[in-house]
Ligand binder design. Structure first.
Ligand SMILES: [Zn+2]
Length: 344
């Protein structure tokens, strides 16, 4: 048997179909055997577990007529076996290694996964990792530890290249027809709110509390379908939080924002301002070749949908006053103080 009796019993209580084919439940009083997901509720003392249907039959049991344990295809059994194996891997194996371990070609294995689960083995592993990250983020003190615990690469192999790597996309009005997921994480200057579409990060902001966060995201995308989902946003929130804390990043997250050509130029220019330094609105206007456009630059900063990723907090007025910030001038001051002192 692959699993202990206690483990089997636990799985059986949850009627977890992910274990169908991996073991069978024999009910010795009624002389039938079932799959783990069967709705039958036998007593613990009447149950015996079998590694395969054949062993159950040899013990004199017949297949349950409700759950049809004899109709589990070998493919389902294989997929469940491989998935349970992947559940336990800290670092997902390569497709080639995984396929050879279970005696398939990479092509055949991928085709089998897609046919039964709709996703590839790699996508399955990524989903597991995201789930782990989301649960670790809610328990760990530091995001780096959470990421390491969830099976992300070690800090030595980290890289951070171009978070604005995807060309901006125009949303329809108010995000109509758009599915947006968001989540928050506590930061020193309030709640860090990160939202994303299926294509990439679409919004980063700071909020006072959860209610405020919900209001902000709903007013930004009034027509979108908005769901709070820690798991969906786990990668994105990790990425932005690392940026906020000047920690190396694990991978690029694409960006999915709406921008006019002018905003795009301003936001690109803002991203060249190094951490710990500031530029004036006038200097940015100069840099993008429109020296008289300081006011328009300030407006572009005020409409920046990606706090931290586009560091609009590093633009100050020519007099040296720190000026306004979309997410509060106090937050801007704290961010700048923190960046200067942390890097000193
Ligand atoms: Zn049954």
């Amino acid at each position: 048997m692959l699993y202990s009796d206690d483990h089997c019993w636990q799985i059986m209580q949850q009627r977890d179909a992910n274990y169908d084919g991996l073991f069978f439940i024999g009910v010795m009083t009624t002389k039938i055997y079932c799959r783990p997901s069967c709705c039958a509720r036998p007593l613990r003392q009447n149950v015996r577990f079998f590694a395969d249907a054949q062993s159950a039959q040899q013990a004199g049991l017949r297949a349950c007529k409700r759950c049809h344990p004899d109709s589990i295809s070998p493919e389902i059994r294989t997929i469940n076996t491989i998935c349970r194996f992947l559940d336990l891997q800290e670092t997902p194996p390569s497709l080639r290694d995984l396929a050879s371990r279970f005696g398939y070609s990479p092509f055949h294995l991928t085709r089998m996964f897609k046919a039964h689960l709709g996703i590839s083995p790699r996508q399955y592993s990524d989903a597991i990792r995201k789930k782990r990250l989301a649960s670790a983020l809610s328990q760990k003190h530091t995001v780096t530890h959470a990421a390491l615990d969830a099976g992300y690469a070690t800090p030595n192999s980290l890289y951070y290249t171009n978070p604005l790597g995807v060309s901006p996309r125009h949303y329809r009005n108010g995000g109509s027809g758009l599915q947006i997921w968001y989540a928050t994480i506590p930061a020193t200057i309030g709640l860090l709110l990160v939202a994303q579409t299926a294509k990439g990060i679409c919004f980063v902001a700071f909020a006072d509390d959860e209610t405020h966060a919900t209001n902000i995201i709903r007013s930004e995308f009034p027509a979108a379908t908005i769901t709070c989902d820690q798991v969906m946003v786990a990668d994105a929130i990790l990425c932005v939080n690392n940026l906020l804390n000047n920690q190396p990043n694990y991978h690029d997250i694409p960006i999915d924002i709406r921008a006019t050509a002018f905003q795009q130029r301003v936001w690109d220019a803002l991203r060249t301002i190094p951490r710990g330094t500031t530029l004036s609105y006038a200097a940015i206007a100069q840099q993008i070749g429109q020296p008289t456009a300081s006011r328009a630059v300030a407006q572009a900063c005020a409409s920046n949908p990606l706090a931290i990723i586009v560091p609009c907090h590093r633009v100050i007025s020519q007099s040296g006053a720190r000026g306004n910030y979309r997410w509060g001038s106090q937050r801007k001051a704290t961010l700048l103080d923190h960046e200067v002192s942390a890097d000193a």
